[in-house]
Design a protein around this ligand. Structure first.
Ligand code: SF4
Length: 337
């Protein structure tokens, strides 16, 4: 018997993926009002969540963690460790749930739901880790996982008759047959793939992020630096980083993401990458290295190559570079990742 004397309101953790959509559908069926909340980071964009929320016709609260230093601290040193990439899923979920709990309190939601499924993922969805996430987020009794509720301990949400337990499910395991069946039942035909989404799970970003944590304090890392991790080939020579654009799109992004006192390198009028030198006061040797990367990746047949470089586009300078195979071989060993 569900309490009917007041409108019950749930806040749903929402990635835009199928599991989070289904959790919302199950709760909406109980005539409970659901608002979604999404956390966006430079590693997990929110376009899918915005699109899915719009299709579902529900309100979406977006919380941007891109410049949140506490979140970066968790990425750097997670209490519960990383998954296969640099994904600290347990700590990340605890952090996001704590933030969601603040919204729940402020906006007077009755409880929080998630699309988590017992044992669907090896790291954060084991029985023990689901319990840890609930306890450490401070949401004991206030967190409902509708897709797996019948195979998890009963929550206060059920005990207080805020939801009907008979309409909750007992899905568990990695096979997603039941979710696909539910998707058909709800006529959900489009949803992002479960593997897509968080770049922290990808090994390519791992080395670049570890390098950033080694050379920059958390207080110095901004959105710009995090966004650059997704662009180009990265090299660290000494303490200085060099980023080489791999295509037209990345070259254009390097133009946009260059800070005013940093240097860009390019061969004007030729097929050439853009190279960003991440140092506002480079030494002559570092300017030469950036020019060598530019020349090398331009694949110019010339022996002496003239490179344009500038921090201020109105005051371009030129440097002539002669590539030496063994020196270049050594420089390329400094690739990050
Ligand atoms: S996949 Fe990424 S966003 Fe999701 S919990 Fe793990 S680290 Fe956080």
């Amino acid at each position: 018997m569900v309490a009917k004397n007041k409108k019950i309101r749930a806040l749903a953790m929402f990635s835009g993926g199928l599991d989070s959509i289904l959790a919302i559908k199950l709760i909406q069926e109980q005539e409970i009002e659901v608002t979604a909340i999404n956390f966006t980071t430079p590693f997990f964009p929110n376009d899918k969540a915005i699109e899915s929320a719009s299709k579902l016709g529900i309100k979406l609260i977006v919380v941007d963690l891109s410049s949140n230093k506490n979140y970066l601290n968790i990425l750097k040193k997670p209490k519960h460790g990383y998954g296969a990439g640099l994904n600290p899923c347990i700590d990340c979920k605890i952090f996001m749930l704590k933030e969601a709990a603040k919204v729940m309190k402020k906006e007077k939601f009755d409880f929080i739901i998630t699309g988590e499924v017992l044992d669907e993922r090896p790291m954060s969805q084991t029985y023990n880790n689901l319990k840890i996430i609930e306890a450490e987020s401070g949401l004991k009794g206030k967190l409902l996982r509708p897709l797996s509720a019948k195979v998890l301990p009963e929550t206060d949400i059920v005990k207080k008759f805020l939801v009907n337990p008979n309409q909750l499910l007992a899905i568990h395991g990695r096979q997603r047959k039941e979710q696909f069946g539910l998707a058909l039942r709800y006529n959900i035909t489009e949803y992002p793939s479960p593997a897509g989404g968080c770049l922290l799970c990808e090994k390519t970003i791992k080395a670049k992020l570890l390098d950033l944590f080694e050379y920059r304090k958390i207080s110095e890392i901004d959105f710009n630096e995090l966004t650059l991790l997704k662009i180009g080939r990265h090299f660290r020579v000494g303490k200085t980083k060099f980023i080489v654009g791999r295509n037209k799109e990345e070259n254009e992004k390097l133009f946009l993401l260059k800070k005013s006192k940093e240097y860009l390198f390019h061969i004007i009028g030729a097929s050439s990458p853009v190279v960003l030198l991440k140092n506002e006061k480079p030494k002559k040797g570092e300017i030469e290295i950036a020019a060598k990367f530019t020349a090398y990746y331009s694949k110019s047949p010339e022996k002496n190559i003239l490179i344009d470089y500038w921090k201020d586009e109105k005051n371009k300078e030129k440097i002539s570079i002669k590539l030496n195979d063994s020196e270049m071989e050594n420089l390329l060993k400094n690739k990050i990742g």
